[in-house]
Design a protein around this ligand. Structure first.
Ligand code: FPP
Length: 258
C-alpha cells in the first residue's frame, strides 16, 4: 500500500463499510470453505512503511489474527491454519526472534483465556517442531491446548517452528519405524501421519505481503487448495480484502484433477 492509497482508504471508510456488509451478505449465501490457511507475511514492511519499530509490525500482525478469527467465525469457517513462524525464521536476528517468541508466549496465554475461543469452542493447536522453541513458549502452548482440548467444533492451528518438507520426511519415518515396507506406503498413510492428519486439507490458502510462493507451508496438504496472493501487508489486511477473496474462491471451479 502506498501513501496515496492509504489516505484514499481513510476517506472512503464509510463507503467501504456499506460495501463490506453487502459483500458479506452475498458470500454468506454461497458455500464457505471449511478450512483456510493463511501465510501472514509483510509485518516488518508494514512497520517500515509507517516508520514504526519493526517489532511493532509483528504485534500488529498478531492483533490482525484475532480480527481474522472474528471474521471466520461470522462467516462459519470452521478451521483456520496460520503460518506464524517457519524453521527458517530462526535465522533472523536474536533480538527479533526473542521478541516474536515473547509475543507467542503472550498470545497463547491470551488464547487460553479468550472468551470468544471458549464461546465458539475453538480447539487451539500448535503445529511444528516444538522442541525448537524456548520453554516459556512451549509452556504457554500447553496451557492453550489444554484449555481447549475438549473442543471440536472449530480449530485454530498455529504453525510455529514449522516446515512442510520436514513434516513429510518425519511422517514417512514414522511409517517406516512401524515396520511398513516401502511398497506398502500409501498417500493416505502419509496424510494421516502429518501434524494435520486429522484435519481436512485447506480449501484455500491466502498469502499476504506480495510474495507469490508457499514457502514450505502445508506442502502435502495444499495439493488441491485454491491459492490467493495479495500485495497487502498482513497487519493492513482488511475484512473487505478477505471477503473479496472468499467471493473469488466461491466463483472458482474446483476440479481436484478431474
Ligand atoms: C512474517 O512477516 C511474519 C512473521 C515471521 C511472524 C508472524 C507472527 C505473528 C503475526 C504473530 C502471531 C501470533 C500468534 C499467537 C500466532 P515478516 O516479518 O516476514 O515481514 P516482511 O515480509 O515484511 O519482512
Amino acid at each position: 500500500m502506498n501513501l496515496f492509497s492509504f489516505c484514499f482508504s481513510i476517506l472512503l471508510k464509510p463507503v467501504y463499510k456499506v460495501y463490506e456488509k453487502i459483500l458479506e451478505n452475498r458470500v454468506k449465501k454461497r458455500k464457505m470453505p471449511r478450512h483456510i490457511g493463511i501465510i501472514m507475511d509483510g509485518n516488518r514492511r508494514y512497520a517500515e512503511f509507517f516508520g514504526i519499530d519493526p517489532w511493532k509490525g509483528h504485534n500488529k500482525g498478531a492483533d490482525k489474527l484475532e480480527e481474522i478469527l472474528d471474521w471466520t467465525n461470522e462467516l462459519g469457517i470452521d478451521i483456520v491454519t496460520v503460518y506464524a513462524f517457519s524453521t527458517e525464521n530462526f535465522k533472523r536476528s536474536k533480538e527479533e526472534v526473542e521478541h516474536i517468541m515473547d509475543l507467542f508466549e503472550k498470545k497463547f496465554k491470551k488464547l487460553a483465556e479468550d472468551e470468544k475461543i471458549h464461546r465458539n469452542k475453538v480447539k487451539v493447536r500448535a503445529i511444528g517442531n516444538l522442541n525448537m522453541l524456548p520453554k516459556n513458549v512451549v509452556d504457554s502452548i500447553k496451557i492453550a491446548e489444554k484449555a481447549t482440548e475438549n473442543y471440536s467444533d472449530k480449530g485454530l492451528n498455529i504453525c510455529i517452528a514449522y516446515g512442510g518438507r520436514i513434516e513429510i520426511v518425519e511422517a514417512v519415518k514414522r511409517i517406516i519405524e512401524r515396520g511398513v515396507s516401502p511398497e506398502d506406503i500409501t498417500m493416505e498413510m502419509i496424510k494421516d501421519n502429518l501434524y494435520t492428519g486429522d484435519l481436512p486439507d485447506p480449501d484455500l490458502i491466502i498469502r499476504t505481503g506480495g510474495e507469490v510462493r508457499l514457502s514450505n507451508f502445508l506442502l502435502f496438504q495444499s495439493a488441491y487448495s485454491e491459492l490467493f496472493f495479495t500485495e497487502i501487508y498482513f497487519p493492513a489486511f482488511r475484512k473487505i480484502d478477505f471477503l473479496r477473496i472468499i467471493r473469488e474462491y466461491q466463483m472458482r471451479n474446483r476440479k481436484f484433477g478431474r
